[in-house]
Design a protein around this ligand. Structure first.
Ligand SMILES: NC(=O)c1ccc[n+]([C@@H]2O[C@H](COP(=O)([O-])OP(=O)(O)OC[C@H]3O[C@@H](n4cnc5c(N)ncnc54)[C@H](OP(=O)(O)O)[C@@H]3O)[C@@H](O)[C@H]2O)c1
Length: 322
């Protein structure tokens, strides 16, 4: 099979198209013929080996994962012993980052727990754009943020993968939604349905008078006190990512601020695929759209990874594999 193989930590010249043996599914695993994969932050960080903390999982000196690709959509080719939930030919998708990655190849064998059945009307390209970003948004707003009907919500880093799903979820809850991002993305965001947009290079939302019930942040880069002052009472700030020292501050000391005047600061740890049934339901009832760039081909992955690293993408970069 064809695969894009990662040889060492570094830039996109560490990725090359190679022939590999098709894996055999072990007990509890499913061999998936990969129809589509995507480019993700996880892939980027493991390729670069940065931030260094990533290497605690992916290997200190050399990456343990040789085929990246955290999200897949495809068909079941065969199943290992003990697999009862899937049969050959099923259309499946999922976040396989807890199952050894492997989406940048024509076949990958992953734990059955990493897969879900695709809704009938969903394409492979749509499916592969969902698990990671939509669930960061769902788990951040709903599971951790406990979003309520009519909340005043702010999304920081709103024009990227997570932000566009977060908007759609917040709208299902009838919320007023403000999005913060680069000036070049504000028209795109207004078109998607944000009620207010803010250019992060011109305006610091934490210095403004407006307060929010719930903030979802994909780009945390300020002191916790800045976020606390931007919250209503009660109010909740949930971060899904950003500068490592700031995230550690919130993770380690967030509880000290917690409940202070009814305000909370939390860091989300993504639980892969948890809640995908809600995303499927939103897709089926027409309240969730996907925003895809591509599809590109397997050979294009190094170029698309480079574009992702430069932040030039709008929506999810999708790769057609077979
Ligand atoms: N918590 C977990 O378990 C977990 C797991 C996986 C990933 N993550 C995190 O989830 C996040 C993924 O987000 P995503 O896919 O939505 O990223 P994305 O597609 O790269 O979008 C991020 C957006 O933020 C904008 N931005 C950059 N700097 C900003 C600033 N200072 N203020 C406001 N906006 C800014 C970017 O625009 P420009 O760059 O064009 O300016 C871009 O539009 C990452 O932080 C990742 O580390 C978390």
């Amino acid at each position: 099979m064809k695969a894009i193989v990662l040889s060492r930590y570094g830039k996109t010249d560490t990725l090359s198209l190679e022939e590999k043996v098709i894996p055999q599914p072990k007990e509890g695993e499913v061999l998936v013929k990969v129809h589509a994969t995507s480019v993700n932050d996880f892939d980027w960080q493991i390729m670069c080996g940065k931030p260094f903390i990533t290497r605690l999982v992916s290997g200190i000196l050399k990456p343990k994962i040789d085929v990246l690709g955290a999200e897949i959509a495809g068909t079941v080719e065969s199943v290992g012993q003990g697999v009862a939930s899937f049969v050959v030919g099923d259309r499946v998708f999922g976040d396989v980052s807890n199952s050894g990655f492997g989406g940048f190849a024509e076949y990958t064998s992953v734990s059955q727990n990493a897969l879900r059945n695709m809704p009938n009307l969903m394409t492979f390209q749509q499916a592969v754009s969902l698990p990671h970003a939509s669930l960061l948004a769902w788990q951040g707003l709903v599971d951790l943020g406990k979003i309520k009907q009519g909340d005043n919500v702010l999304i920081n880093g709103a024009g990227g993968g997570v932000g566009v799903f977060a908007l759609q979820i917040a709208k299902v809850f009838g919320c007023e939604v403000t999005g913060v991002d680069h000036a070049l993305k504000l028209d795109f965001m207004t078109g998607l349905g944000f009620d207010h947009v803010i250019d992060y290079q011109k305006t610091d939302f934490t210095a403004e008078a407006k307060r929010y019930d719930l903030i979802l942040d994909v780009k945390t880069n300020r002191a916790p006190s800045r976020y606390l002052r931007t919250l209503n009472v009660p109010g909740h700030y949930v971060t899904v990512g950003g500068d490592t020292p700031r995230l550690l501050q919130i993770a380690l000391f967030g509880r000290l601020f917690t409940k202070k005047k009814g305000k909370r600061l939390s860091v989300l740890a993504l639980k892969p695929n948890k809640g995908l049934e809600h995303i499927n339901e939103m897709f089926e009832n027409g309240s969730l759209n996907t925003h895809i760039e591509g599809p590109f081909s397997l050979e294009d992955i190094p170029r698309e990874m480079a574009r992702f690293g430069r932040g030039e993408h709008r929506g999810k970069i999708v790769i057609n594999v077979v």
